[in-house]
Structure formats: structure tokens, C-alpha cells
Write a protein that binds this ligand. Structure first.
Ligand code: NFA
Length: 101
């Protein structure tokens, strides 16, 4: 045996899995008041009033609008919290989630 030996270490590749992201989508309906939708967007998604009005109007005109993108758990929790707020006041307001492609 020689005085020096080379120790073979396994090559460990860093695991850099990027988290899967999910969109929260606001769906239009004919009953929820515009100001209520704007307030929910401001409180649940921390938007300014003008941002929230822009998202609300886009959903109103086009039928749906992407609100924000989060990890799966956060997106699902925010969509539920926002939908539940509408339900508490008797509105059919609905937010869904969709995996980013
Ligand atoms: N379309 C609703 C109205 O005219 C407003 C609305 C916008 C509801 C976006 C839901 C989503 N009162």
C-alpha cells in the first residue's frame, strides 16, 4: 500500500427541484357586487385598490382573470379563503386554482 490513498467520494448532485406553481383564478358571476370583489382581492391577495379594480374588471369583461401565482398549498388556501368570504355574505364569488404549465 502506498503512503497516500485517494478516497473516492460519491458525487452528490444538489437537488434543486423548483416548486410547482399554481395560478389563482377569479371567475366572473352576475351577482357579486364589484366593490365586494375588489375588497376581497385587496384583503386576501394584498393588492392595492387600483390593482384589485383592474383584476376585477378583467374578470368581469373576459369571464376570468389570473389573480396571482403561488405554491400549491398557498394557492389553494387563498382561493378557499376568498371563496369562503363571498359565501359568508351570500355571494357566488368563486376562485379556482390551476397548475402552471
Ligand atoms: N360581474 C359582477 C357584477 O357585475 C362583478 C364581478 C366581477 C363578479 C368579477 C365576480 C368577478 N356585479
Amino acid at each position: 500500500m502506498s503512503d497516500t490513498e485517494t478516497i473516492q467520494r460519491p458525487v452528490v448532485l444538489p437537488k434543486t427541484e423548483k416548486p410547482k406553481l399554481y395560478k389563482v383564478i377569479l371567475l366572473n358571476d352576475d351577482f357579486t357586487p364589484r366593490d365586494f370583489v375588489t375588497s376581497v382581492l385587496m384583503s386576501v391577495f394584498r393588492m392595492s385598490e387600483s390593482e384589485a379594480q383592474g383584476v376585477m374588471l378583467t374578470a368581469h369583461r373576459l369571464g376570468a382573470c389570473v389573480v396571482a401565482v403561488y405554491t400549491k398549498e398557498v394557492a389553494e388556501m387563498k382561493a378557499k379563503d376568498a371563496t369562503d368570504l363571498g359565501r359568508q355574505y351570500g355571494f357566488p364569488l368563486a376562485f379556482t386554482t390551476e397548475k402552471e404549465s
